[in-house]
Design a protein around this ligand. Structure first.
Ligand code: ZN
Length: 264
């Protein structure tokens, strides 16, 4: 078969198999099994814990865990991790991330920028939303597809084997690369929307979402997440203000139902 014909027919087959709709209706390519993504997330998290200093500040840990547990309690996505490991890293950068497999990391520097529990819930909701929406899978799948390595699909999506490990290694889709690829702007906007709804359902005030991003812009802080591509902060703040109005009834409903987090 002519090479381009082979590529087209393969891509057609792969798309039929793997083209899925994101939670906000985007068409995207996702073909790694969840178990594979979760394993990559768990491995990457272990590596990050060995590379960075894990905080032993009991107050900071209790505060972050209080906010995170309230947020993840509202997750109703089928197949989502049942339990989430929350680790505070003693790092000055205003960073935070969540990984497939139920892992959340927050740098102590983020606690300077996220000045109250609602702002921290905005960050955690956003990061967890990336995981719930399968954004790592989407990026890893797109990365692999653009590398022209789709022929490796069978080997990659089958059961674990030395061949599969080798294929991953050859493609450079190692644990960290696989789950820590930069997110796209479309994914960032999606995580903002889903994350704000999630934190509001947990009883955090969504009007603090845009305030967080104003703090971030004022400090000239790096956006959260290692390797992230973020929409410009002015656009993001405007969009978050609009979304906060949509999420406000969820927040009020949560308070009526007794979900009133007190993590300060
Ligand atoms: Zn993000």
């Amino acid at each position: 078969m002519h090479r381009s014909t082979a590529v087209v027919s393969f891509l057609t087959a792969a798309l039929a198999l793997a083209c899925a709709t994101s939670p906000t209706g985007r068409q995207r390519l996702v073909f790694f099994p969840d178990a594979q993504m979760n394993q990559m997330g768990v491995t990457a998290f272990t590596q990050l814990k060995s590379q960075m200093t894990v905080s032993n500040d009991p107050q900071a840990i209790a505060y972050v865990k209080c906010v995170a547990s309230a947020v993840v309690a509202e997750i109703d996505t089928p197949g989502a991790p049942r339990s989430w490991e929350v680790v505070v890293f003693d790092e000055p950068s205003a960073n935070a991330f969540a990984l497939p497999g139920g892992k959340i990391g927050v740098h102590t520097g983020m606690l300077e920028v996220a000045r109250n529990q609602d702002q921290l819930a905005t960050v955690i909701g956003h990061e967890v939303a990336h995981v719930l929406a399968g954004h790592s899978n989407e990026r890893a799948s797109t990365e692999l597809a653009t590398k022209g390595a789709m022929g490796a699909l069978d080997a990659l999506t089958g059961p674990a084997s030395p061949t599969k490990d080798l294929t991953f290694a050859v493609l450079g889709v190692g644990a960290q690369v696989g789950v820590l690829l930069p997110f796209s702007r479309a994914q960032e906007s999606e995580a903002d929307v889903l994350g704000l709804d999630l934190m509001a359902r947990a009883g955090f005030d969504p009007r603090e979402g845009p305030v967080l991003w104003e703090n971030m812009a004022r400090q000239g802080a790096q956006p959260p997440e290692i390797l992230s591509t973020h929409p410009s902060s002015a656009t993001r703040i405007a969009n978050l203000r609009q979304r906060a109005e949509v999420a406000l009834p969820l927040f009020r409903e949560a308070h009526k139902s007794g979900r009133v987090p007190d993590c300060s």
